[in-house]
Design a protein around this ligand. Structure first.
Ligand SMILES: [Zn+2]
Length: 246
């Protein structure tokens, strides 16, 4: 079922689990900006250090990782993001490991988001970066399987003072089957500005605003909105154990 929403009600808090610097800006910066202006506490959980994203033969991985971390902080500032947590796994080396599942569950328990946003890991038509698949899958598993149960990673509770947390909604960006379109008219310029902060990833930075607007317009046309971002949304039934894609 396709749902069109203006999403006037911003959530109290949102955690974005994102693989590389600039992925969250490309996927959902319009919504992040919109929510942050309405008081949502947004935290980024950045899984990798992005240290392979360059075609410059003189660039080194340590130098690139440092550059991209700075760029990510600047982009997050534009959007009003409250905090960026860097896990610094190697670019292209993200593994669906118990370690990563524990790290994501820990940040869910620490920041206690109402909403988690991540990349949709399920694709049948187009291929995507390995880290994108892994980060999306681990984010979903952290929400569905781990973070809510005190019996998973119990040392986070007994030794770190955290407590279990159940997330209410998940928004997956980059989905082949979106069912929610969000009006980002008021966030489209902030999205373009945040993307432009990722200078190391740009070939034609001057064309970013035009590209962002035209992409958001094309997505919006599918839903009768001026500018939009599209998501697959999964919501938790208040009964706690039941999840549905509505
Ligand atoms: Zn990426």
């Amino acid at each position: 079922m396709k749902i069109i929403t203006s999403m006037d009600n911003a959530p109290r808090s949102a955690l974005l689990v994102t693989p590389h610097q600039d992925d969250a800006e490309g996927g959902c910066a319009g919504v992040v900006s919109r929510w942050a202006r309405r008081g949502t506490e947004v935290v980024y959980l950045l899984c990798t250090n992005g240290d392979k994203g360059s075609t410059d033969p003189d660039m080194t991985s340590p130098a690139l990782a440092a550059i991209r971390e700075r760029e990510q902080l600047e982009a997050a500032k534009v959007l009003g993001v409250k905090d960026v947590v860097f896990l610094r796994h190697p670019d292209g080396g993200l593994e669906d490991s118990l370690e990563l599942r524990a790290q994501v569950a820990r940040e869910i328990r620490r920041h206690r988001p109402e909403v988690v946003m991540c990349i949709d890991p399920f694709r049948s038509v187009s291929h995507t970066h390995r880290d994108h698949r892994v980060s999306g899958m681990v984010a979903l598993d952290a929400v569905f399987t781990y973070a809510w149960s005190s019996l998973h990673f119990p040392e986070q509770i007994s030794k770190e003072g955290l407590s279990p947390h159940g997330v209410s909604e998940i928004y997956l960006w980059g989905s082949e089957a979106p069912d929610v379109y969000v009006d980002i008219t008021e966030g489209v310029e902030a999205k373009a500005l945040s993307l432009s902060k990722h200078v190391s990833q740009m070939r034609e930075p001057e064309r970013i605003p035009e590209r962002v607007r035209s992409r958001a317009k094309a997505v919006g046309e599918r839903a009768g909105l001026p500018y939009a971002e599209a998501f697959r949304r999964i919501r938790r039934d208040p009964a706690l154990t039941h999840w549905s894609e509505v």
